[in-house]
Design a binder for this molecule. Structure first.
Ligand code: ZN
Length: 177
C-alpha cells in the first residue's frame, strides 16, 4: 500500500548526487544504491498526494573550506553535483543548494517551509549520520517535526545507522518509519 504522508509536510531527498551515489563519483558511498527504489516509490507517492518535494543538494566552490577534511565533491556546475538520473527532480520541485551539513544553514529551506505553511519533514538520502542527522536536528530545533525512512537513508555502516536512529529517536523524538 502507498505510504500516506501527513498533510502540511514536505518530502525531502538529501544529496542523492552522482558524486556520492554513482560508482564514478568523487566521494562514493558504497551500497547507497540500494535505497534508490525506496526513494523513487516515495517520490511517486508524494507527488500523487501533492506533498511538496525538496531536493537538498551539496553544492561547493572548488576551494570550499569543507575540502580541508573531505575530498572535493559536488562542485557547482559539474556532473558530480547533479542528482542521479534515477531520481531526477521534476518541474515544481524545490531545489535547495547547501554548503554545510545542515540544509537549514545559509539556505532558503526554512523560508520555503514557512511560506508553504508546513510543519513536518520526511527525510531520505545520504549520509544518515551527516546531512540527514544535522538537518533533522536543526528541523526539530526550529520546532518542525522530523520523520526518517530507515530504508530510505544510508551511511558508511549499519552500525552507524543504528546509532543515529537511536539518537534521532531518543534525543529529538524523530519518527522512524
Ligand atoms: Zn559537501
Amino acid at each position: 500500500m502507498e505510504f500516506q504522508f501527513d498533510s502540511r509536510s514536505a518530502f525531502v531527498v538529501i544529496d542523492m548526487l552522482n558524486d556520492f551515489i554513482d560508482e564514478r563519483g568523487a566521494l562514493l558511498l558504497p551500497g547507497a544504491r540500494r535505497i534508490i527504489p525506496r526513494i523513487s516509490g516515495l517520490l511517486e507517492a508524494a507527488r500523487r498526494q501533492e506533498i511538496p518535494v525538496a531536493y537538498l543538494t551539496d553544492r561547493h566552490r572548488p576551494d570550499d573550506r569543507e575540502f580541508r577534511y573531505w575530498p572535493p565533491h559536488a562542485v557547482a556546475g559539474t556532473w558530480g553535483a547533479e542528482v542521479i538520473d534515477e531520481l531526477k527532480p521534476l518541474p515544481g520541485d524545490y531545489i535547495i543548494p547547501k554548503r554545510r551539513y545542515s540544509a537549514f544553514y545559509g539556505t532558503d529551506l526554512d523560508i520555503y517551509l514557512r511560506e508553504l505553511g508546513l510543519n513536518k519533514i520526511y527525510f531520505t538520502g545520504v549520509f544518515t549520520n551527516i546531512c540527514i542527522y544535522f538537518t533533522a536536528v536543526d528541523a526539530v530545533t526550529r520546532s518542525y517535526e522530523a520523520a526518517i525512512f530507515k530504508d530510505g537513508v544510508a551511511s558508511m555502516s549499519e552500525e552507524t545507522d543504528r546509532f543515529i536512529f537511536r539518537q534521532l529517536e531518543e534525543v529529538i523524538r524523530a519518527e522512524l518509519l
